[in-house]
Design a protein around this ligand. Structure first.
Ligand code: AMP
Ligand code: ZN
Length: 487
């Protein structure tokens, strides 16, 4: 199945499009990373799992992917209501820490959680604070082109001026008149020319801790600019895929497009991808409203919403059972159903290794595997892929029961592809306890073999030594007529 069949729903055109990267064989992908001022919640995790799956499938298709996911460790965040807050600075005050301590603390936590969910590390994980110089260069360019203005040591993007030549709303479909009617009048306190204008650079008050010198005085960058600076630095002014959660489409991504276009006349991204929200009680999971669930609570079961603890892989499987662009509601019952499905899938993978093969096959496994690819090529349709994987589970169990049969080649082909799609593409793995158990079983097989060798050569002291040492670690060996077992 060739990779030129991959289609992606492009938010920019609101259509599914055939994916053609700018440079054949190479893909540049940028995904907005976390703002590290608090523990990453399960909603954030869903978006990062969605793009991890996209990254994995692109790799599986043989692309050489440069995947950039940044860390937002400074910045003036613009909220949905166009208010501006310095979240990291605020949290630093609250926890009585340095802003950089806050950023470090929550970055470490973020990495731990990403690892537990088996997300691959991005190729580069740049920080906003590490790219202040690049951001200043962008501001100079935008000012030079007349699409920004400086006032009192701050620089603002001039949205109306931009919209005269280009389209502010190209991504989100919002109309400037509607946006204007939705904003409050400037009350005279605001130094912006227009409420829609957004900060590229903010003048820092003396007590502000995170600040840098710039041509406009001491200050710090606006939030939207960091992604423009970092994506262009590592992927160029035009690159293939830009992703993030649906809530970033406006204003964040709209502003990124405006910044790039005003500086170099080019829209930066070929394919905009937006992952949909995880909801809790039907409402967006969000730190600011407190409607959240932390991954740790899920793994420990310590939350009143949960009847039990869930393994990270069960949670990952639950998320991938929905299409990345659909809203997914979290419930304990849904997770329990996913746990059953996950266990059934993993059990079937173990069973494949034990299946007998036949002279002929009674099922066409090639066309089934083609369906795995077709599902993923259709805008990364993981729920359909999972449905086809369960078709494979059915076949595996039928072969086990002697109701269907497969040749050695077909069996191998099915095994390779099921394992590849489950492990490499969906990024699932057997849970840790089970992995440890499997290892222990193998080590015990080895010890029992060694002991048998000792006994065969009548080396009784060695055979007794092995048995006694095992007793010391709580393992008893039992010799039966046919075999040796252990408990
Ligand atoms: P933040 O740290 O707030 O910048 O968010 C990091 C990522 O998580 C962004 O791509 C957000 O769009 C995404 N995100 C935030 N809330 C949710 C949610 N409830 N469901 C899915 N993704 C979310
Ligand atoms: Zn971003």
């Amino acid at each position: 199945m060739s990779r030129n069949k991959l289609t992606i729903y492009n938010t920019l055109s609101s259509k599914k499009e055939i994916f053609t990267p700018i440079y054949e064989d190479f893909v540049g992908m940028y995904v907005c990373g976390p703002t590290v001022y608090s523990n990453v919640h399960l909603g954030n995790c869903r978006t990062f799992i969605s793009f991890d799956m996209v990254y994995r499938y692109l790799l599986h298709l043989g692309y050489k992917v440069r995947y950039i996911r940044n860390i937002t460790d400074v910045g003036h965040i613009t909220t949905d209501t166009n208010d501006e807050v310095d979240r990291i600075g605020e949290q630093a005050k609250l926890e009585k820490m340095e802003p950089m301590e806050i950023a470090q603390k929550y970055t470490v936590y973020f990495h731990q959680i990403m690892e537990q969910f088996n997300n691959l590390s991005p190729s580069i994980e740049p920080t906003a604070t590490g790219h202040i110089i690049e951001q200043i260069e962008w501001i100079k360019e935008i000012l030079n082109n007349g699409f920004a203005y400086e006032i009192n040591g701050s620089v603002y993007f001039d949205v109306l001026k931009f919209n005269d030549s280009y389209n502010y709303g190209i991504l989100s479909g919002r109309k400037i008149e509607d946006l204007l009617s939705g904003t409050r009048d400037l009350d005279g306190q605001d130094e912006k020319r227009n409420p829609l204008d957004f900060a590229l650079w903010k003048n820092a008050s003396p007590e502000h801790i995170m600040k840098w010198s710039s041509p406009w005085g001491m200050g710090f960058p606006g939030w939207h600019l960091e992604c423009t600076a970092m994506s262009s630095k590592y992927l160029g002014n035009e690159f293939d895929i830009h992703g993030g959660g649906m809530d970033l489409k406006f204003p964040h991504h709209e502003c990124e497009i405006a910044q790039s276009t005003s500086a170099n006349g080019k829209t930066p991204v070929q394919y905009w991808m937006h992952a949909n929200m995880l909801t809790l009680n039907g409402k967006k999971m969000s730190k600011s409203t407190g409607n959240t669930l932390n991954p740790d609570e899920l793994f420990s079961g310590k939350n009143q919403l949960l009847d039990k603890a869930f393994q990270p892989m069960v949670v990952r499987f639950f998320m991938l059972q929905a299409h990345y662009s659909s809203i997914l509601d979290f419930t304990s019952e849904a997770l329990q159903a996913s746990e059953k499905g996950f266990n059934k899938l993993m059990e079937a993978i173990k069973t494949i290794n034990l299946l007998p093969f036949s002279e002929k096959s009674s099922v066409d496994v090639k066309s089934l595997v083609d369906k795995f690819f077709s599902a993923m090529n259709d805008d990364f349709n993981t729920p359909i892929l999972i449905a086809h994987l369960f078709d494979a589970v059915k076949i595996i169990n039928s072969v086990k029961d002697g109701k269907e049969f497969l040749t050695q080649n077909d069996l191998l082909f099915l095994k390779e592809n099921v394992e590849c799609f489950v492990y490499n593409v969906l990024g699932l793995k057997t849970n840790q306890d089970e992995q440890n158990n499997n290892k222990l079983n193998e080590v015990m097989d080895l010890i029992i073999d060694l002991r048998k060798k000792a006994r065969d050569s009548k080396d009784w002291p060695l055979s007794d030594f092995i048995r006694d040492r095992l007793v010391q670690v709580g393992i008893t060996i039992k010799d039966n007529k046919e075999s040796t077992s252990w408990i």
